[in-house]
Design a binder for this molecule. Structure first.
Ligand SMILES: Cc1cc2nc3c(=O)[nH]c(=O)nc-3n(C[C@H](O)[C@H](O)[C@H](O)COP(=O)(O)O)c2cc1C
Length: 173
């Protein structure tokens, strides 16, 4: 039995990164698909001193039990979203090194022509402290993301779908 966790760095209901993350989960072939909830409080050392928020520990546990994680990040001003960075910071405060040796596939969907390339690069840098095994390619950079998915949430452009298959396939699920 294999488990994959999907993390989308965008909270909005119509998020194209959530669509991309769901496609990654779907094609992963894993037996159990979990979607993370990044509606966490903003990191605050005083809050932490009172005890880790339950939602933070839940996320850390989901990362720990997953055989692999896929992360779809939006591009906000040429970097990853604050929502995603906040989640990474919170998880770094939990015990047990949830990311250690974890296979991770990162991807992005963005309005711009570069498909969030800079956000992925910034996310890759943010992952460095955690000791995860972040795949290097093929890169999944979905440009003009508002028109990249059909009504069923499938990627319209076969080149994107092929890249996603190639990337997620390396998770070996
Ligand atoms: C604060 C903010 C900054 C943004 N900056 C960029 C950017 O640097 N590059 C880009 O391609 N799109 C940028 N966008 C547009 C996003 O790519 C677009 O809103 C995208 O749909 C967000 O992902 P989502 O569909 O998963 O919510 C920005 C949007 C917001 C709200």
């Amino acid at each position: 039995m294999t488990t994959v966790l999907g993390i989308s760095g965008s909270l909005r209901a119509a998020s194209t990164n959530t669509l991309l993350m769901r496609e990654a989960l779907r094609v992963s072939g894993a037996d159990t698909l979990i979607e993370a909830d990044l509606r966490l409080p903003l990191y605050d050392g005083d809050l932490e001193a009172d005890g880790l928020p339950v939602a933070v520990q839940t996320l850390a546990n989901q990362i720990t039990i997953a055989d692999a994680v896929v992360i779809a990040t939006p591009e906000y001003n040429k970097a990853l979203s604050g929502v995603l960075k906040n989640a990474l910071d919170w998880v770094s405060r939990t015990d047990g090194k949830p990311w250690a040796d974890k296979l991770v596939a990162i991807m992005s969907a963005a309005a711009g022509r570069a498909g969030g390339e800079r956000s992925q690069f910034s996310l890759r840098l943010c992952m460095v402290p955690f000791g995860a095994r972040v795949l290097t390619g093929p890169e999944v950079l979905v440009a003009a993301s508002h028109s990249a998915f059909d009504e069923d949430g499938r990627l319209i452009d076969e080149r994107y779908a092929k890249a996603l298959d190639g990337l997620v396939g390396q998770l070996g699920l």
